[in-house]
Design a protein around this ligand. Structure first.
Ligand code: 5GP
Ligand code: MN
Length: 345
């Protein structure tokens, strides 16, 4: 599969010369990049004279709800009638920050599968499903950077106002671990500089996202860190969090975001995982992170029904926590060689 696909965009440009009703969709459990890219794109399309609406499958974490325009986003789960109406009335749907329809969850997936107009996908995840119009690039750090580049491609950078800049900055910042992952390039920094010039207040954005912890969230982090296990011979570390532990610290959506990175921050560790019991979905939700060439996208696809990027992926397990961990630790021994050669420090 090529690293970059740009398909049908000349035809799309012509299609968008007329005023259109447009729906912009982000993935389930929207993160900073999903929220940032969808809101920014819809604001840009509105400035171009279209009637654009963002719909996400469910709520975003609280640390993102300050984003300009987040109050205008429809949630498919609890604003179902309005969401269905917007989808039915739309001439085209943009799919942002996800590569396959199932990533919106089964209810919204059913609706989107019945949709008879065309889809445009703008996304940076690997192995994208084929839709009519595609801009896919697995080397770009975030969908928000791709939205910036889409606007640039249309020679419309001067339409980026402070709100759009703030949304794009947030998406790029959260998907790059604040500009530190390998996917962060000089181009990313040039775009970030331009977004600051266009009104993104970097210090405020960082504060809003990273310094909005509740006391319970820090206690939950403390619990997670005390559950941290290391398998030094395989350069691997992992964390578990059970439903009871989540309840004990009044778990709120988004509270576990980023915890897996503590496991990866250990010296000598290049593969990290967090296993989080999800009582509602009756699964163990897993986040994988790696440094260097060990692809957690492949690992998760092969063993935990998931995927994502080479260095950050998600997956799930239908086994109980202890069996999931056992499956994982057994698997790791098989990858000993891959893990050993994948990263030179
Ligand atoms: P996170 O671990 O932060 O939830 O996700 C890391 C990356 O993997 C994100 O880019 C996310 O979109 C992707 N991802 C998370 N869970 C899944 C999953 O179950 N399936 C697939 N295909 N990708 C996932
Ligand atoms: Mn993303």
């Amino acid at each position: 599969m090529p690293l970059m696909i740009l398909k049908g965009f000349e035809e799309l440009r012509v299609f968008l010369e007329k005023k259109r009703n447009i729906v912009v969709v982000g993935h389930r459990n929207p993160d900073g990049d999903a929220m940032g890219s969808t809101i920014a794109l819809s604001k840009y399309l509105s400035k171009k004279g279209h009637n654009a609406t963002v719909i996400v499958p469910n709520e975003c974490p609280q640390f993102l709800d300050w984003m300009p325009g987040s109050d205008e986003v429809y949630h498919f789960d609890w604003q179902n009638t309005q969401s269905q109406r917007e989808i039915n009335n739309s001439d085209i749907i943009f799919l942002l920050d996800f590569n396959a329809l199932h990533r919106v969850g089964s209810d919204m997936q059913n609706t989107l599968e019945k949709y008879t107009n065309d889809f445009v996908m703008i996304d940076h995840h690997q192995q994208p499903e084929d839709v009519k119009y595609m801009y896919s690039d697995v080397e770009i750090c975030s969908t928000s950077q791709m939205v910036y580049q889409f606007i640039e491609l249309n020679n419309d950078l001067d339409l980026i106002n402070a709100d759009i800049a703030t949304c794009l900055y947030t998406g790029i910042m959260t998907d790059t671990g604040s500009f530190r992952f390998r996917s962060t390039t000089s181009k990313t920094h040039k775009i970030i500089a331009d977004l600051i010039d266009k009104g993104a207040e970097n210090d405020k954005i960082h504060n809003n996202v990273y310094d909005a912890n509740s006391y319970n969230r820090l206690l939950l982090l403390g619990q997670a860190l005390s559950n941290l296990k290391i398998i030094p011979e395989n350069k691997t570390a992992f964390i578990t969090l059970t439903s009871d532990e989540k309840k004990q610290f009044d778990f709120q959506k988004g509270d576990t975001e980023g915890i897996v990175n503590y496991a990866l921050s250990l010296k000598g560790i290049i593969f990290a995982a967090i296993f989080i019991e999800d009582e509602e979905q009756k699964i163990i939700k897993i986040s994988f992170r790696s440094k260097g060439d060990f692809s957690v996208n492949k690992f998760s696809r092969n063993h935990f029904e998931g995927g994502g990027h080479d260095n950050a992926a998600g997956g799930k397990s239908d086994l109980c926590m202890s069996d999931t961990v056992l499956k994982f630790t057994k698997l790791i021994t098989k990858y000993k060689n891959d893990l050993e050669i994948s990263y030179e420090d």
